[in-house]
Write a protein that binds this ligand. Structure first.
Ligand code: FAD
Length: 317
């Protein structure tokens, strides 16, 4: 079922969902199941599975170092299929522009269609580790808007090299990213919102936001998006802060502000166990207010370990 159909079916009740990361290659998928199992009692209608950018690795050969690209956490679509099969729920693979040609994207979409995956999240991807800017892949898309357009075209039977008239067209529900505190590369929030509108006009059906820790930023973002004519669901993405290092890391990586009360509470913690608890309590308070405001879904970034998401869900759902 499509995410938009889940939202419509919920009739105003806020749903619970979360995002998982594929295991590092060579590791068992069981660890992922072990993290998901405790969250299933909160009845998520869907789970997102991220896609990782490639990284550079150095292979020693004849005394020289050979620089190669590799994806450390492959398997997004396979994991989506296995989760759909195991838990009988919908999954949302994240599709990236970075690292994929349009041709490869088309093959992934065909795989998704055959596997019964009805939702996809269309993203540009970040710059590769160690590179200052995002470099589009040769033969790939520069912006997520192009990827959204390709997916929408394919749903209309327009493949890259031919138009296929058939009774079995894919019909993906397409999610895109939105940034309550603007994307770090965007010159202004208003310009970034115009880019978001372009993704919506290209065929996006819903938005999931980047993490934020101050609900006022989300509410202002939704108001500005609505004023611009963006009328699709805007799902808030929530990340519970988990370690002290996040105080510096999150603002740096995601270009966001942390509220002073949260910073003070984390700085007063003796260890990361206490920080994890502060993160849970903050996320619960944020979620309560968002739910009271009628958000369609509360979507959590689990980043591997799910014990804190379980605590939050237990307090709310
Ligand atoms: P875009 O919408 O393409 O925007 C990127 C930048 O370009 C913005 O600054 C925008 O304002 C600007 N822009 C857009 N169109 C134009 C244009 N026509 N001309 C000029 N400028 C333009 N990353 C991963 O690697 N894997 C994941 O699984 C993943 N999942 C994510 C899930 C969510 C919910 C979110 C919010 C982010 C996720 N990311 C993921 C991170 C995402 O890939 C990065 O934030 C990336 O830098 C931007 O992606 P985007 O889809 O928003 O890009």
């Amino acid at each position: 079922m499509k995410i938009t159909e889940h939202i419509a079916k919920a009739k105003g009740e806020t749903l619970f969902s979360f995002e998982v990361i594929p295991p590092v290659k060579g590791k068992s998928i069981q660890e992922l199941y072990d993290n998901i199992d405790p969250l299933m009692e909160f009845k998520p209608p869907f789970i997102d599975v991220t896609t990782s950018r490639e990284e550079y690795v150095y292979i020693e050969k004849d005394g020289l170092l050979d620089k190669r690209k590799t994806r450390m956490r492959p398997g997004t679509v396979g994991i989506c299929a296995s989760l759909q099969h195991k838990y009988k729920i919908d999954t949302v693979p994240h599709l990236l522009c970075g690292g994929f040609t349009k041709e490869e994207t088309e093959y992934v979409l065909v795989d998704c269609h055959y596997l019964g995956i009805e939702n996809v999240m269309a993203l540009r991807g970040d710059a590769m580790k160690g590179e200052p800017y995002f470099e589009p892949t040769e033969g790939g898309h520069r912006y997520a808007q192009g990827l959204v357009q390709q997916i929408a075209d394919l749903c209309g039977g327009h493949y890259l090299h031919e138009t296929v008239v058939s009774g079995d067209c894919a019909d993906f529900c397409i999610g895109v990213a939105g940034y309550p505190e603007k994307h770090l590369e965007a010159p202004s929030l208003s310009t970034d919102l115009k880019r978001l509108k372009e993704k919506v006009d290209a065929g996006a059906h819903y938005v999931v936001t980047q993490m934020f820790f101050d609900n006022a930023k989300y509410f202002a973002f939704v108001d500005a998006a609505r004023a611009m004519g963006i009328d699709i669901p805007i799902i808030p993405g929530i990340k519970p802060l988990a370690v002290k290092r996040h105080l510096n890391l999150l603002p740096q990586v995601f270009s966001l502000d942390l509220p002073q009360d949260l910073v003070d509470a984390v700085e007063a913690c003796k260890d990361n166990r206490a920080v994890r608890q502060v993160g849970v309590e903050w996320a619960v308070e944020q979620s309560r207010e968002l739910r009271e405001a009628g958000v369609p879904v509360l979507h959590y970034y689990s980043m591997g370990k799910s014990d804190n998401i379980e605590q939050i869900a237990r307090a709310l759902f």
